[in-house]
Design a protein around this ligand. Structure first.
Ligand code: ZN
Length: 267
């Protein structure tokens, strides 16, 4: 791993890693300790031979299975795994006063559950990676852990904060994509349909694969994306999972009802 700092962005750590000649990559984000959803996504896509799996952060927070989720992500996403704001919170790198009371409670609960090895793993995650011609962050290129990219204005600013052609982001829990040209024309990000395939061969583009463990676009199914680096396409997927099972786990663990309820509605 090489590290370099960017002038004027001293607090951003950039890591360059070589993944190899990947062809098909499963992109996961915002798993939020929803192990049932994560396992369902892996099962539903098991017919595809992935060359790599990436995690765009927020492995933990909100959900009932933080230890198992960290263990699984550590196994399946050994090359690209990015830190998210809830992961930061779990390792004490975030002032929890910025969280609402429910998120704060869940974050304290998560920290108590995690073992030393889980905390060390989260501590080791970079906040940005660059692979070939793509940048990978949790929030935005400008503020990799914190900023939400949800409209053309914010996207346009952020196209100026990375040099590669494609940027993969998470954090909003909403599947979307936006090209630099459409951001310049103030055309808002597009939300894809399930199984929609987009061409990513030419324009600068930001892509959010959505959230595995807590979707917020009104569709409660787990979201993910498949990046084919040969065909240069990204396929957006939605995958049903046993929401009631996750909700029961949350109840058993004493996590707030409101966090369990929102999973049914995808909000
Ligand atoms: Zn999140």
């Amino acid at each position: 791993m090489l590290q370099r700092s960017t002038p004027g962005k001293q607090h951003i750590r950039i890591e360059l890693g070589i993944v190899g000649n990947c062809m098909k990559i499963l992109i996961l984000s915002d798993i939020h300790a929803n192990l049932v959803a994560l396992e369902s996504v892996l099962k539903a896509t098991s017919d595809i031979e992935f060359d790599d799996i990436w995690s765009l952060g927020d492995i933990v927070g909100y959900g009932p299975r933080p230890c198992e989720s960290v263990d699984l992500v550590r196994d399946i996403a050994p090359n690209v795994s990015i830190i998210g704001n809830h992961d930061w919170a779990a390792i004490g790198r975030l002032n929890l006063d910025d969280f609402n009371p429910v998120a704060k409670f869940a974050s304290y609960w998560t920290t108590m559950k995690l073992g030393v090895d889980h905390l060390e793993y989260l501590e080791s995650l970079p906040n940005r990676m660059i692979e070939d011609d793509w940048t990978i962050v949790h929030g935005s290129p400008q503020h990799p852990v914190w900023e939400y990219v949800y409209n053309a204005r914010i996207a346009l600013t952020n196209f100026g904060f990375y040099d590669t052609r494609i940027c993969f982001i998470g954090h909003t829990h909403i599947q979307l994509y936006i090209t630099e040209e459409s951001a310049q024309d103030n055309i808002q990000p597009k939300q894809p349909r399930d199984n929609e395939v987009i061409d990513v061969s030419s324009e600068r583009i930001m892509i959010n694969p959505g959230s595995v463990g807590q979707p917020r676009d009104g569709d409660p199914r787990a979201g993910c994306a498949i990046f084919d680096t040969d065909a240069m396409t990204v396929t957006f997927r939605r995958i049903s999972y046993d929401i009631k099972q996750t909700q029961q786990q949350m109840k058993d663990e004493g996590l707030p009802d409101s966090l369990a309820m929102r999973l049914s509605m995808g909000v």
